[in-house]
Design a protein around this ligand. Structure first.
Ligand code: NAG
Ligand code: NAG
Ligand code: NAG
Ligand code: NAG
Ligand code: NAG
Length: 141
């Protein structure tokens, strides 16, 4: 029994490793461009993503004090923006697991919606590491 549980565990961790994607900086820039992010704000978006998720698509944050969690490349919060279950809902009308896929279409749409309402101030990663700070160099991307 223990062995079976162990094998299942290994299989799941391998599967999730295959699924997980870490963008390079320029890979991220290309992906954001193809999602139609504003070129004038590109370095802010790259800085935000680098500080929020380390450019990983499948990151789920540790629970915040109020029990909410942050999901994916943009670390989007389940208190307001995505439903924690299998039923889409909340601000972006999505399930939180839709924010963890390698295809960043859903996550990008949701991030833009958050930006429209709160600008970059919605993200602590941006406020603490990017606002009034030197932004990442993307001149070779
Ligand atoms: C929950 O915690 C997160 C992170 O600390 C914060 O962004 C969010 O505003 C909090 N929500 C409420 C309703 O307190
Ligand atoms: C999301 O789910 C986790 C685990 O089931 C739970 O601990 C957390 O409180 C939930 N978040 C919200 C905002 O309901
Ligand atoms: C989230 O999912 C649960 C379970 O399916 C559902 O009862 C709830 O209405 C959903 N919340 C929102 C805001 O859509
Ligand atoms: C939310 O998305 C579902 C499909 O995932 C759709 O059927 C529903 O109409 C949407 N609700 C709103 C309020 O946009
Ligand atoms: C913690 C973290 O990832 N910090 C990074 C925030 O963004 C700047 C600019 O890209 C990086 O230099 C930091 O390492």
């Amino acid at each position: 029994m223990k062995t079976i549980i162990f094998i299942v565990f290994i299989a799941f961790s391998l599967a999730s490793q295959v699924d997980a994607k870490t963008f390079t900086r320029c890979g991220l820039v290309q992906a954001l461009r193809s999602q139609g992010f504003d070129e004038a704000k590109m370095r802010d978006w790259v800085c935000l993503v680098e500080n929020e998720s380390g450019r990983r698509t499948d990151i789920v944050g540790k629970p915040n004090k109020n029990g909410s969690r942050d999901y994916g490349l943009f670390q989007i919060n389940d208190k307001y923006w995505c439903n924690n279950t299998t039923k889409p809902g909340k601000g972006c009308n999505i399930t939180c697991s839709q924010l963890l896929t390698d295809d960043i279409t859903v996550a990008s749409k949701c991030a833009k919606k958050i930006y429209k309402r709160h600008h970059f101030m919605a993200w602590y990663g941006w406020r603490n590491h990017c606002q009034n700070k030197p932004l990442p160099d993307i001149s070779n991307c």
